[in-house]
Design a protein around this ligand. Structure first.
Ligand code: PLP
Length: 367
């Protein structure tokens, strides 16, 4: 007799992460591999964050502060909010999971875009909730359609802003109009993992929306512009009533102390943040130009990644680039099989990518 599995989780497909650098090096016998697949900061972490970690080594035997008191205080000061409006998670992934655990049952329905960040579907499935996927329109959230899909069972709506994988945004006016139309018993999760990179002047100022809408939660992370993905630290900002519910389901010591001290130091290093954003902007403009020269249509992005149409099978292109030591994401996992998603790297990395891409395309044409 086998042990019966929870029926709900059978629909969950384990997450397939980007290929690690070491694996690709070994498999293809390469000395240098460039990973532009997981939207990490190509400059790495702030030197101040690394210093904070090394200063903390002598305290490794002590449990972390389960309340993340100092980190919350730093965020509260920066964002001009109260500490009880903040929850810190083991990555923003964990915050998303806590939201599901606190609010979803198998009687509920969850609305999200398609394609969007995979964690929302995972959270819905984990809790046995029904998913309602609303196709993007012109690569953007179709808010009108999302509103039409609301039923009495709808509990959560996820808005990924900028959207992963397309890099497109919902602007302030459209978001406010949408929030006004959503019944107040539905939680709207606004995932802003890439907000620091956004240049558009009409990007929503969501913190100031908290006073008008008690049914929203904003999630952000230290994994992207702060370059701390390996430490796993992210946060949610919402009305204290929502935060109190998430605290009920949170593990006591969910965020390790190295992550906490590094995140605080990183918040204080505005220079590293500004430099990271500048490098991203320069890389973005370079890639726009090069893709235009190659006649490849791209989706204008507000994030640190760019999706573009290679007009051929992206899985094959992925393999060809891998052989040349470049790891990207094929759009096939997002049901966009002729697209690739590329993380914007340093200028040197971007140039290497374009060189490799040209070689692959020329190689194909001469076959
Ligand atoms: C839109 C979006 N939200 C959340 C995350 C998760 O980030 P974290 O490392 O904070 O769990 C990612 C990571 O790729 C993402 O793309």
């Amino acid at each position: 007799m086998s042990i019966e599995t929870r029926r709900e989780i059978l629909a969950i497909k384990p997450y397939i992460p980007g290929k690690p650098i070491e694996e690709v090096q070994k498999e293809y016998g390469l000395s240098k591999v460039i990973k532009l697949a997981s939207n990490e900061n190509p400059l790495g972490a702030s030197a101040k964050a690394m210093e904070a970690i090394s200063n903390h080594f002598s305290k490794l035997s002590i449990y972390p502060d389960g309340n993340c008191t100092e980190l919350k205080a730093e965020l509260a000061k920066n964002l001009k909010i109260d500490h009880d409006q903040i929850i810190i998670g083991n990555g923003s992934d964990e915050v998303l999971k806590l939201i599901g655990e606190a609010y979803l049952t198998s009687d509920d329905q969850v609305i999200m875009a398609d394609p969007t960040f995979s964690e929302y579907q995972y959270v819905a499935r984990l809790m046995g909730a029904a998913e309602e996927l609303v196709p993007l329109k012109d690569h953007k959230h179709n808010l009108k359609e999302m509103l039409q899909r609301i039923t009495p069972q709808t509990k959560i709506i996820f808005i990924c802003n900028p959207n992963n994988p397309t890099g497109t945004i919902v602007n302030q006016d459209r978001l406010v109009e949408f929030l006004k139309a959503v019944p107040s018993n539905i939680l709207v999760v606004i995932d802003e993992a890439y907000y620091e990179y956004v240049q558009a002047s009409d990007y929503p100022q969501t913190i100031s929306l908290l006073k008008d809408f008690e049914n929203i939660i904003i999630t952000r992370t230290f994994s992207k512009v702060h370059g701390l993905a390996s430490l796993r630290v992210g946060y949610g900002i919402a009305h204290p009533k929502i935060i109190a519910n998430l605290n009920r389901v949170k593990e006591p010591f969910n965020v390790n102390s190295l992550a906490q001290v590094a995140a605080i130091a990183s918040l204080r290093d505005q220079e590293h943040l500004a430099k990271s954003v500048t490098v991203n902007e320069q890389g973005k403009l370079y890639l726009y130009q090069e893709l235009e020269k190659l006649g490849l249509e791209y989706i204008p992005t507000e994030a640190n990644f760019i999706m573009f149409n290679v007009r051929r099978d992206a899985n094959t292109l992925f393999e060809e680039l891998l052989k040349k030591g470049i790891i990207i994401r094929s759009g096939s996992i997002f049901n966009m099989p002729s697209y690739i998603r590329l993380t914007i790297g340093t200028m040197e990395e971007n140039e290497s990518f374009i060189r490799a891409l040209k070689e692959v395309l020329v190689g194909e044409n001469s076959n």
